[in-house]
Design a protein around this ligand. Structure first.
Ligand code: ADP
Length: 483
């Protein structure tokens, strides 16, 4: 690919500005961070010149990541494949205890905070003379960027050829704000219409992102279909149907470095599909950490999740007593909705065969992925889901509901054909969840068959390579490049 300062559609190197409000390893609350930290280096591998932009939150460890200031309000660090990550600094907005909310309540000035982030991002590209062919935005926090480009920046020469791709990681979070706050964004009242940002009398940033961007993606093919229906469209199904021809699903991958049981340093013993005995060493370790009875033959069910309704915790709550009364062990790592904190605290007090950690703890997460036999994801909806992909990598068999990315990656085990890599249920009902767990436990007691399942799971390949080349193809299509 020749550079020569040419636009990518004329054969120059493709330039992409990737905007995300969280990026691994700097700041993370969920799967978006994993995507934003992994996809850009993969795209760089394909020859794309890509730079990432995120807010400079107080929690980001400057020294550890060798982040260097470039001026008063910007800093930069370099991640894999020489990808530069830029940090937008503003003490008033980003020097906070957490990213979006405190004690379960959203920060009141989130519109101002992310308006600042979007406006500064557009200024930053000019400042560093990085004229992007594509600005790839993610979720509501960066949704103002495509809106600005088609309004305030419409005649801006620098961005004349820039196209936008907008990825929905979760339609359930839309960035809703009172209409009186529109002036804070610098946008004119004209955008506050039914064909713009207006949504039942409020500002909806995600809706704006969907309407103003050139292409829309979401993180699995099934979710791309589901969100066009009233059941999963969260009120935006009409908008998504309207933009159907520009909407596609590209499955997330996982960072195989971090999530490889052969290399992961947090494990007590590394293992792989040809040597699964090491997994049981990690199970013993997990049982010790969790103060559970050390016994390799007791099936251990793990769950690592945001404690939110979306994750199927209401149906889990209905049958949790029945589950933990079975001869199993149960380990949960999660944080979120106070009502679920209360529920799992009470489970911890009642049952000795459970271990409950109500915190966000990536190191413990590794140990749970490696040490569990089964991993629960009974989600009501799941745009892609990383938990099931990670657990498959660790030979931990997922038990999931058939929705979104779970439907696209987990195949129900069939005892006759012996095909499948997990256990899947369809109806969003606690009874169906319980039956599926029982079905998995039956197979578990056939030790040889279970080992075969574990080995097979570990051979599934969900690396980023394939997804990155799909994004690259989409970028080329978006800018009209034939190369
Ligand atoms: P979502 O983005 O909806 O939260 P995903 O399954 O796409 O769900 O991604 C969740 C990611 O966050 C996974 O990498 C999972 O391991 C991690 N995670 C979730 N909760 C915790 C927690 N309490 N501690 C550590 N990691 C967590």
């Amino acid at each position: 690919m020749g550079g020569n300062g040419k636009h990518a559609s004329q054969g120059g190197i493709m330039k992409v500005l990737f905007c995300s409000s969280e990026v691994v390893p700097f700041a993370k609350t969920g799967g978006l961070a994993d995507v934003a930290g992994t996809l850009p280096p993969e795209l760089a591998n394909l020859g794309v010149e890509i730079k990432v932009v995120l807010p400079y939150y107080k929690s980001i460890e400057t020294k550890k990541f060798k982040i260097k200031k470039i001026d008063k309000d910007t800093a930069v660090a370099v991640i894999q494949n020489n990808v530069e990550v830029y940090f937008i600094e503003n003490k008033k907005y980003f020097d906070r205890a957490s990213l979006y909310q405190y004690n379960g309540v959203d920060y009141r000035d989130n519109l101002e905070r992310f308006t600042y982030y979007c406006q500064q991002t557009l200024k930053l590209a000019k400042k560093i003379k990085f004229k992007p062919d594509i600005i790839h935005c993610n979720d509501w926090q960066s949704a103002l960027i495509p809106i600005y480009l088609k309004t305030i920046y419409k005649k801006d020469v620098f961005y004349k050829k820039t196209k936008t791709v907008f990825t929905i990681h979760n339609l359930g979070y839309q960035g809703l704000f009172p209409k009186e706050d529109l002036a804070l964004t610098g946008l004119s009242d004209a955008v506050f219409s039914i064909d713009g940002l207006e949504f039942y009398g409020r500002i909806n940033l995600l809706k704006g992102g969907l309407l103003f961007s050139d292409k829309i993606t979401t993180v699995s093919a099934t979710y791309a279909e589901e969100i066009q229906t009233p059941q999963f469209g969260c009120g935006l199904e009409g908008v998504l149907q309207k933009r159907k021809s520009d909407l596609s699903g590209i499955l997330n991958g996982i960072n195989c470095q971090d999530w490889d049981p052969k290399k992961n340093k947090a494990l007590t013993k590394n293992y792989g599909p040809d040597d699964i005995e090491g997994k049981y060493n990690n199970k013993t370790n997990l049982q010790k950490i969790c103060k559970l009875k050390v016994n390799n033959r007791i099936p251990l069910l793990g769950i690592i999740t945001r404690l939110a309704d979306q994750k199927g915790l209401d149906i889990l709550a209905e049958v949790i007593d029945k589950i933990v009364q079975m001869p199993i062990q149960f380990v949960l790592l999660g944080t979120g909705d106070p009502k679920y904190h209360k529920l799992f605290e009470s489970i911890k007090d009642k049952y000795k065969n459970t271990a409950i950690y109500l915190s966000f703890d990536p190191k413990l997460a590794y140990k749970i992925y490696a040490g569990s036999d089964m991993f629960l994801m009974p989600s009501y909806y799941e745009p892609c889901g990383l938990g099931q992909l990670i657990s498959l990598n660790f030979g931990t068999i997922p038990i999931v509901r058939k929705t979104g990315g779970l439907a696209d990656t987990v195949v129900d085990y069939d005892p006759f054909s012996k095909k499948g890599n997990g256990f899947v249920f369809d109806n969003y009902q606690s009874g169906a969840l319980l039956e599926t767990i029982k079905r998995a436990l039956c197979v578990y007691h056939d030790a040889e068959e279970w080992k075969r399942l574990v080995r097979g799971a570990m051979k599934c390949n969900f690396s980023w390579e394939a997804s990155a080349s799909e994004y690259y193809t989409l970028y080329k299509k978006t800018i009209g490049s034939k190369k």
